[in-house]
Design a protein around this ligand. Sequence first.
Ligand code: UDP
Length: 324
Amino acid sequence: MRTVITGGAGFIGSHLTEHLLSSGDEVTVLDDLSTGSVDNLAAVADHPRLTFVEGSILDTELLGETMAGHDRVFHLAAAVGVRLIVDDPLHGLRVNIHGTENVMEAAREHRLAVLLASTSEVYGKNTADRLAEDSDRILGSALLSRWTYAGAKGIDEAFAHAYATRYDVPLVIVRLFNTVGPRQTGRYGMVVPNLVGQALRGEPLTVFGDGQQTRCFSFVADVVPALVALAECPAADKLAVNLGGLTEISIMSLAARIASRLDSPSPITLVPYAEAYGPGYEDMRRRVPDNTLAGRLVGFAPRATIEEIIDRVAEAIAVPAPAR
Ligand code: UDP
């Protein structure tokens, strides 16, 4: 397969790049290095089947040139992370909505199959016991910058789906639930690298709100093979599919597990949302995936425990990848 990965120098993208190279693909990474880094690709930098193109999915000419001659695209490039979205909602909206439109147009023109990486954020404030793919989206005010990400990714999905249906482009949409692992940066707010970094440095662990909000973290090494399997699963065509972790954990107990696992003297500090993200911030209280569809389609059965995830993230932070 000749595969393009937009956002291939990012956290999930770089793991996917390594995975596809090891299974024999020719891989072209398109990344503007805004949040990704060539350091993430250090292990495969000299691989003969890897081509790296620095550029944006907003550059339609470059995108078309890059995608021509390939069989499929994993569209992972996006503005992600609550911090980034709250700080610059306009950028997030542009990259996420126009970027996906550009990828779909280039896919149609050059006949590529598309995997669109989406997010559990599309369910918004829905606190259902298990969020299935047809669960409702419950979003807050359109003018609260926090909701622009959820809004944009929902539009992305709708756009990609309508486009793929109209022009007969193979498409699968994958909704990722808090994927974590080595190379994820805490810079844009992601809780696991943030708290692990704080624990390793002996700084207070910042738990936002009351800490009773929950998430189901999934490990990148469980998620990446499932992404590839879904891209290669004809029965997944035009579907949205959840991929998430099995264990629901509150952020307060996550912080406690991190401190104890890493033998850290750090105290846990509660930080009000307004202080962490600015006024008017609304969090998701709960976000639990129903993985039944992914299980049925590709046998998705995540294995990593939260302890393993903490260990792997801590190792990666303690031993940074070599700079190029
Ligand atoms: N969070 C926290 N401390 C941090 C960073 C995040 O308590 O240093 C909280 C955040 O408010 C949210 C949860 O952890 O309730 C997960 O945040 P993240 O940004 O990782 O993912 P998302 O909000 O997209 O689920």
